[in-house]
Ligand binder design. Structure first.
Ligand code: KG4
Ligand code: ZN
Length: 335
């Protein structure tokens, strides 16, 4: 079944064509450069970018897949969570295609799509049940997953998301946006044990809190400056490595605790922070000791993209789920 996937929840205009789990094309036009001057995503700028680029992206996706618009059999689109204006642009395109071609339409949850990016790995798709770990710019959540329609929330962040904390620390260090890849790069030359940045444990729960560690980094930098010291490049690398060590550590610990509690031996990770190599290596190593298998999306499917939206749309379609033309944006959609 040829599925068109449309993703416009934030700053990436992503459109993909997926046929029987095979990704024929996956085109992403990012507006990230336009937001850099503001230190974060400006919703109106992101929305205008989707308006301007989405037809070009669609055209490119069709050409790359060597398919015509008439070949599309199902259209799947992100309905939330995300920026309301940005979501509406993709949803409007999806509805127009569904209406014109008389093909089924599916509005999907962006967070679930991040997890289902793992199904695009033909060699090693995960099976149920598993612990779903979502680590992105807006979310940090753990789920017990028994089916595409059966996600049970085990824990979530009570304040900042992990990606958001990477972005904020990046800003403090004078790096750009998005901060995750820049912190990761800077951390490579630093000592992860140079500074102790404690992360709230929230004992007895599977919940997270990242606002404290962010403040700890802020005070560390402030103290240095007040003492009349300049941050050296070694300091910056050590701060990056130590911060990364702490936040990734708590995610690994809580994920394994969920596996233990639910007696589940599989973890499926999704969201932008799943691109972090330090997290990948450490979670795989810690899981191996416990006999747990970890699944990460391929690097090209870690960030927002249309392929993950297409594959999730097909999974839901197979379950008999459909949307109709009353589909609308749900900026605060939860799982
Ligand atoms: O999933 P995503 O593309 O968008 C949302 O749905 O939020 O995630 C974006 C987040 C940003 O906060 C970015 O800094 C973070 O993912 N990120 C990373 C890395 N690449 C992206 N964080 C840590 N290490 C990375 N390599
Ligand atoms: Zn995302």
């Amino acid at each position: 079944m040829l599925v068109l996937g449309i993703e416009t929840s934030c700053d990436e205009t992503g459109i993909a064509l997926v046929d029987g789990k095979k990704v024929l094309s996956n085109i992403v036009a990012s507006s990230v450069e336009l937001h850099k001057a503001f230190g974060g995503v400006v919703p109106e700028v992101a929305t205008r970018h989707h308006v301007e680029y989405q037809l070009f992206v669609l055209d490119k996706a069709l050409k790359k897949a060597r398919r015509s618009v008439k070949d599309i059999e199902l259209v799947s689109v992100t309905r939330g969570p995300g920026l309301v204006g940005a979501l509406l642009i993709g949803i409007t395109l999806a509805k127009a295609i569904s209406f014109a071609l008389k093909i089924p339409l599916l509005g999907v949850n962006h967070l679930v799509a991040h997890i289902y990016a793992n199904l695009l790995n033909e060699k090693r798709p995960p099976v149920y049940p598993f612990i779903g770990l979502i680590i992105s710019g807006g979310h940090t959540s753990l789920y017990y997953v028994r089916d595409v329609t059966d996600f049970r929330l085990l824990g979530e962040t009570s304040d900042d998301a992990i990606g958001e904390s990477y972005d904020k620390v990046s800003k403090m260090l004078g790096f750009g946006y998005p901060g995750g890849p820049l912190i990761e790069k800077s951390a490579k030359g630093g000592d992860p044990f140079a500074i102790d940045f404690p992360v709230a444990e929230l004992q007895g729960t599977h919940n997270f809190s990242f606002s404290g560690v962010k403040t700890a980094v802020l005070y560390y930098i402030k103290k240095k400056k007040e003492a009349g010291k300049r941050l050296t490049s070694k300091d910056i690398k050590n701060i990056s490595a130590s911060f990364q060590q702490s936040v990734n550590g708590i995610v690994i610990k809580k994920t394994l605790a969920c596996c233990k509690e639910k007696k589940v031996s599989r973890v499926v990770v999704g969201g932008g922070v799943s691109a972090n190599q330090n997290l990948r290596n450490r979670l795989i190593a810690a899981s191996r000791v416990e006999g747990i298998n970890v699944f990460f999306p391929e690097m090209k499917f870690c960030l927002d993209n249309g392929a993950m939206v297409a594959i999730l749309g097909e999974e839901l379609y197979k379950k008999g789920i459909r949307s109709n033309l009353s589909l609308t944006a749900e900026p605060n959609l939860v799982i």
